[in-house]
Design a protein around this ligand. Structure first.
Ligand code: HEC
Ligand code: HEC
Length: 198
């Protein structure tokens, strides 16, 4: 075969190489410039549900809502120290219960967090590993959420002592990424909108 007869093939290969190169550049450009979340949801503001989810998925809430039998600690959600487990009725025991260490308010001397009725959320209220929509469905599911109506769930999230503790968690702990008044506003708007889960 002469160089001359290879010419059409070489031209073809060059074309293919060019197309691959160009498409990689295209993908690379799209990787460095992701579509901003706001535009992706086709609105300038997150929906009330998205605001609520941000709070629910924050470590202050998740640490007490595990899907297994172990409370978590810290922003990294490490296992509760001293081998504390779900135990009897979500309150550890029998030797020491949650309240042996957790009082009705934060202890400013020992930095043990505290709020009334401190305990682990029941297993049916475990949220680890759920997608946003699954989490929304779970908190609305009467067979899992303590037999609450949407109104009662919204009321719980705006008033329960353990929920409110998240915005006053004690020295060195971060609060949820949404201010409490904005969270309460989003709850009301979510209820008015008929509690959509996306
Ligand atoms: C022996 C004492 C003790 C017992 C019993 C105990 N805790 Fe704790 N708990 C602590 C201490 C101390 C901390 C603070 C650790 C820190 O901030 O480093 C803590 C932190 C936590 C946190 C982390 C809060 C956060 O978001 O960082 C959660 C959640 C928690 N405990 C839940 C429970 C639950 C639920 C029970 C009962 C099932 C329980 N604890 C039983 C001592 C205890
Ligand atoms: C100290 C542990 C603790 C913390 C912190 C905590 N919870 Fe809970 N949560 C519980 C327990 C215990 C229950 C069950 C009590 C009940 O049903 O009244 C519960 C129940 C709930 C429920 C009822 C429905 C369901 O399916 O889960 C919701 C909603 C909820 N919590 C939201 C939150 C939110 C939002 C936060 C954070 C801002 C939070 N919780 C922080 C312990 C906690």
């Amino acid at each position: 075969m002469s160089i001359q007869s290879l010419k059409p093939y070489l031209l073809f290969l060059t074309l293919i190489a060019f197309v691959i190169f160009e498409s990689n550049t295209y993908i690379a450009q799209n990787e460095v410039k992701p579509v901003p979340e706001k535009i992706a949801h086709n609105s300038s503001e997150p929906s009330p549900f998205q605001t609520i989810i941000k709070v629910l998925k924050s470590p202050r809430c998740m640490n007490c809502h595990p899907s297994d039998d172990f409370p978590r600690q810290g922003d990294d959600g490490h296992l509760h120290k001293l081998g504390v487990t779900r135990g009897i009725d979500n309150h550890a025991g029998p030797v020491q219960t949650c309240n042996t260490c957790h009082q009705d308010s934060n202890n400013i001397y020992t930095n043990v967090p505290g709020a009334p009725h401190w305990g682990l959320a029941p297993k049916s209220m475990g949220w680890q590993g759920l997608t946003d929509t699954e989490l929304g469905q779970a908190i609305l599911d009467k067979s899992k959420n303590g037999n609450r109506t949407p109104e009662e769930i919204v009321h719980h999230m705006g008033h329960d002592a353990l929920v409110l503790w998240a915005w006053n968690p004690g020295e060195g702990r971060t609060t949820p990424p949404v201010p409490l008044d904005e969270f309460k506003k989003a709850l009301e708007e979510w209820l008015t909108a008929g509690t959509p889960v996306e």
